[in-house]
Design a protein around this ligand. Structure first.
Ligand code: SF4
Length: 369
């Protein structure tokens, strides 16, 4: 193959195609090997047949009439009453819809990730990092059709790279209906299901073919910790089952040559103070039981929030006796930021387990892949 033309000066003249790219830089290119590099990508919901779309729609309505869509298993008809999540059937409650620059670089790119923050939650984490949204249910009500119109605005006006559904576990049927409506309006960009992993298998099945990427948290490992800090009993078993099902649907995270993620799973683990041993178990399990090529974000931004450090009832009476347990705040064991050595030990365990595709948070608001 001829690399270039020899000039009289001894320098090599570069081929025209290369020099024109120097003058008019067009796209960034990743040097990623297949199978994680995609030539192009069509969102999965645009590949659903009309029959499969109709089946999804009727399944979504059926679930709303007897809701077992998360492991809380309330079994309520959400057209008549609400379950533990306190959200009905006809509308979802949304706190914020906007291009978001707080996500991993491969999701936010240059234009942001089109984030939809749902209010309410099926969990009650005592350290919730989005307390006002998840616990206090601040926000406005939208039907699935109105939600779909917002997706279109994010795509057409915001130019975002994806639709990022944040905390959707308790509104999966409405989300399914909104995606099916949006595809009729012309939505093209991929959908991210950004979850605590406290999902039922029925939810993940309903999302199959509608969602392109899963962004699950794996929060804690022991049942004792999940009962105390997440206020659910069967978190770890549920998260394991859910993440396996997500990975079976879409596999490891794949990118187009511009560095934007399009399909697959990226697991997040927020390292908690004093709980690094649980983090180590989680990364080992991911490597051994799901995939060593799993993309993972080991996060260090834990900060005490929500109920952590709040005064216990009756603490005022004990103010004179600071050595008693009541004089301390609630959940005192996690009432501090995480130590960087704890984060480093979980990362080391992940490497030793064979994981190698690590993601870092963006160093600034923009795209730093
Ligand atoms: S989604 Fe809500 S109503 Fe349905 S099972 Fe979960 S908590 Fe209960």
């Amino acid at each position: 193959m001829r690399a270039g033309l020899q000039l009289r000066s001894g320098l090599t003249r570069l081929p025209r195609a290369f020099t024109s790219r120097l003058r008019f830089p067009t796209r960034r290119y990743l040097h990623l090997a297949p199978p994680w590099l995609l030539d192009d990508y069509i969102a999965r919901y645009n590949l659903l047949s009309p029959i499969d779309a109709a089946k999804k729609r009727s399944l979504a309505y059926a679930h709303l009439r007897e809701c077992n869509l998360c492991p809380r298993n309330c079994g309520v008809n959400r057209y008549e009453k609400t379950g533990i999540c306190l959200i009905g059937a006809e509308k979802v409650k949304v706190n914020t819809i906007a291009p978001h620059f707080g996500e991993e670089p491969c999701f936010q790119g240059h234009n942001g990730s089109g984030s939809v923050f749902f209010s309410g939650c099926n969990m009650r984490c005592v350290f919730c990092q989005n307390f006002d949204i998840a616990h206090q249910r601040n926000g406005f009500d939208l039907t699935p059709e109105e939600l779909a119109e917002w997706y279109m605005k994010l795509q057409e006006v915001g130019g975002v790279h994806n639709i990022n559904l944040v905390t959707p576990e308790h509104v999966v049927p409405q989300v399914a209906l909104s995606i099916l409506h949006a595809r009729e309006l012309g939505l093209r960009i991929p959908i991210i299901y950004n979850t605590s992993s406290y999902d039922s298998l029925e939810s993940i099945e309903l999302m199959d073919g509608l969602v392109d990427m899963y962004l699950p948290d794996f929060k804690v490992w022991s049942d004792k910790t999940s009962a105390r800090l997440l206020k659910v009993d069967n978190y770890t078993a549920t998260a394991k089952e859910s993440i396996k099902a997500m990975h079976a649907q879409v596999g490891d995270l794949c990118f187009t040559p511009d560095g934007i993620a399009k399909k697959g799973v990226l697991v997040r683990h927020l390292v908690m103070p004093g709980l690094e041993d649980e983090g180590k178990e989680i990364v080992k399990w991911l490597a051994d039981k799901v995939s060593k090529d799993m993309m993972i974000h080991i996060m260090e931004q834990y900060f005490p929030r929500a109920y952590v450090g709040r005064q216990r009832r009756g603490a005022e009476d004990d103010a004179q006796k600071p050595s008693t347990a009541k004089a301390k705040g609630r959940y005192e064991e996690i009432n501090r930021p995480v130590d960087l050595s704890e984060v480093a030990s979980v990362k080391k365990a992940a490497e030793e387990a064979g994981l190698w595709r690590f993601v870092e948070a963006a160093k600034h608001g923009g795209f730093n892949i």
